[in-house]
Write a protein that binds this ligand. Structure first.
Ligand SMILES: [Zn+2]
Length: 240
């Protein structure tokens, strides 16, 4: 069983699966006196149920809110398990409303694979993550933002800010000013594999902009948490 890892006061991480074929990203966990807020949902109901077990182990209060960092499936498809409010960018909502209308099933994944062979790796990971599509539901964000939204939860500030970028135009970052932790998710990554060209790189400007903030830890979607120096060093490659 995977346990939560503490990052700072009130801030935890349900760590990613480091098997890249699983495509199971980091899930941020903010535990206040009365509620738990998640940054992303896990890639499937199965992972979401494991996250609930890890929360139980810590005796965390119920999950009140799930913040979607962007609309990619691996960050969203576990949401139905929590019965919580969901927050995302306007564009994230638009994209998920469209995805929610698809006839999700193994047969549908097969059709998608024939239509868009470039999506093979993602579709295979999706099919591994969700073995049974009966009862599967995409939860579209109930609360949306266009630029910035602040939550004030039992004395803890959670700032959600739209940054967009080449990976997903709906990307938001989640900043915890008191804990000095920032969840940056995939916002500085290259475009997702089906749209990626060999010349694509990390988004150096995005890294430099975010690393300019006085945070101690930067947590991306699929890697280990980084100190500010480690995060900034990602952009040093740019010169080479
Ligand atoms: Zn992504």
């Amino acid at each position: 069983m995977t346990s939560l890892v503490q990052l700072a006061n009130h801030v935890w991480l349900y760590p990613r699966d480091d098997d890249p074929n699983r495509v199971q990203p980091n899930v941020g966990v903010i535990i206040t006196g009365r509620q738990t807020v998640l940054v992303d949902a896990g890639n499937s109901p199965r992972v979401a149920r494991r996250i609930l077990l890890a929360l139980d182990e810590r005796r965390a209060p119920p999950v009140s809110t799930v913040i979607y960092t962007h609309s990619h499936w691996d960050h969203v498809f576990g949401a139905q398990v929590y019965g919580a409010a969901t927050i995302g960018h306007d564009l994230c909502r638009r994209q998920l409303v469209e995805l929610a209308g698809k006839p999700w099933s193994q047969a549908y994944l097969q059709e998608e694979l024939q239509r868009t062979p470039a999506r093979e790796a993602g579709l295979r990971a999706m099919s591994r993550a969700i073995e049974d599509w009966r009862g599967f539901r995409i939860i579209t964000p109930e609360i949306t933002l266009t630029r910035i939204l602040r939550l004030h939860l039992d004395g803890i500030t959670v700032e959600i800010e739209h940054v967009g970028g080449q990976h997903a135009p709906d990307s938001v970052i989640v900043r915890l000013p008191e804990a000095r932790v920032m969840f940056v998710s995939d916002c500085y990554y290259p475009p997702p594999p089906p749209q990626r060209r060999p010349s694509d790189t990390l988004d150096w400007d995005m890294i430099e902009r975010l690393a300019g903030e006085e945070m101690d830890l930067f947590v991306d979607g699929h890697g280990l948490p980084r100190t500010r120096d480690e995060f900034r060093r990602l952009a040093v490659e740019r010169e080479s």
